[in-house]
Write a protein that binds this ligand. Structure first.
Ligand code: COA
Length: 353
């Protein structure tokens, strides 16, 4: 039997980030505001985290609304029409539906239909996971232009009265368009996971917990309508973490991952114009910079002071601000690294648009 040779999509040798967009919601929450709910102080939060304020979205603004705001700016900066997009990726852990995805709705709103659209659940590494996928999609010829959005409404999954994580978190969205390039604009992705620390950060009151609760002593039984109603009303999932475990992992293990991303790109710390780590804690940022021996010429993103930790949105938001405040960085090299619940991590060196 003679089998015809299949055609394959034309490959692109290189990719780059073409434009960055941001959406920062209006409500500013100060440390004093946070201290109404937890036993803490403005001084403690500043010293231990570097956070002064965080932005949070009002009830009528959704993850998709914020993603749309950031995406429209990214498309405009990239000079790309939504109809040219070959894929729409939204990294988020706070779109309140397991299905349908935030990305499908976003693609429709933007006019990108029928582009493939999907969400990534990789918490604070979600944006770097998105870049890894977009880079691969464009290079493989599966898409010409890919929209990657990190969007989070963490205020929806905060228990304001708990002390391990609530005070760190903010809302927002950042977006980029990835497309083909004459020269390499995205270095190899160093990405991975360590599920042995699955419990270090995560949500309480998951459906599984509720089911276990309701079916305790009732081997494998399905929930009755009454039980389901009680459990539905009982717990809304909120975030918790073992801060010290995450802190130590971030400082020790993530500095190694960041170094691997530099090595994979064939550059050294001295070649960087900027360092854009996930905005988790100013002390983690400082420790990583020290371990990487970043020279003073490297500008470090410190968006966390005003934005708090916005999970998947934190790196693109910080990139957007860095370029706004330092337009001379355009065309320079930046090392970006995201890490968080899973645990998961992702890093790459990129050329700033
Ligand atoms: C959460 C975090 C700021 C806590 O800081 P820490 O220095 O590790 O704090 P510890 O848990 O060691 O507690 C130290 C002291 O501060 C107190 N403390 C803890 N949380 C506090 C809070 N929110 N306000 C005031 N005091 C607090 C503790 O009670 C403890 O007091 P003690 O010494 O009298 O017992 C820090 O661990 C962190 O940033 N971790 C990583 C977080 C992160 O990146 N998460 C997201 C990943 S994407």
């Amino acid at each position: 039997m003679s089998v015809p040779t299949l055609k394959q999509a034309p490959l692109h040798e290189n990719t780059r980030i073409m434009g960055v967009g941001a959406y920062r919601p209006d409500v500013i929450v100060t440390n004093d505001d946070v201290c109404q709910w937890i036993d803490s102080s403005d001084e403690w939060i500043r010293q231990r985290t570097g956070i002064i304020t965080r932005h949070r979205a009002p009830a009528d603004i959704s993850v998709i609304d914020m993603a749309e705001g950031a995406a429209r700016e990214a498309l405009q900066k990239a000079g790309i029409e939504a109809s040219q997009l070959g894929a729409v990726i939204v990294s988020t852990v706070t779109h309140p539906y397991a299905t349908p995805s935030a990305a499908a709705s976003l693609a429709d709103r933007l006019g990108a239909t029928p582009a493939p659209a999907f969400d990534i659940s990789a918490a604070c590494a979600g944006y770097c996971y998105g870049i890894a996928q977009a880079d691969a999609l464009v290079r493989s010829g599966a898409a010409n232009y890919v929209l990657v959005v990190g969007a989070e409404k963490l205020s929806d999954v905060i228990d304001n009265t708990e002390r391990t994580i609530s005070f760190l978190l903010g809302d927002g969205a950042g977006a980029v368009v990835i497309g083909p390039s004459d020269t390499p604009g995205i270095g190899p992705s160093v990405w991975g996971s360590d599920g042995s620390k699955w419990d270090a950060i995560g949500m309480t009151g998951s459906m599984l917990d509720l089911r276990e609760l309701a079916t305790a002593g009732k081997q494998g039984g399905a929930l009755s309508a009454e039980e389901a109603a009680v459990t539905d009303a009982a717990v809304w999932p909120t975030l918790r973490q073992d801060g010290q475990t995450v802190f130590r992992w971030a400082v020790w293990e993530m500095a190694k991952v960041a170094q691997q991303a530099l090595d994979a790109a064939g550059i050294s710390a001295g070649d960087l114009a900027a360092f854009i780590p996930h905005q988790a804690n100013m002390r983690i940022i400082d420790e990583m910079a020290k371990k990487l021996k970043l020279p003073e010429t490297v500008i470090i993103a410190r968006d966390i002071a005003d934005a708090g930790n916005t999970s998947a949105a934190s790196i693109p938001l910080a990139t957007h601000r860095l370029l706004q405040e330092n337009p001379q960085l355009s065309g320079g090299l930046a090392l970006q690294i995201g890490f968080g619940a899973g645990l998961v991590f992702g890093a790459q060196v990129i050329v700033l648009p």
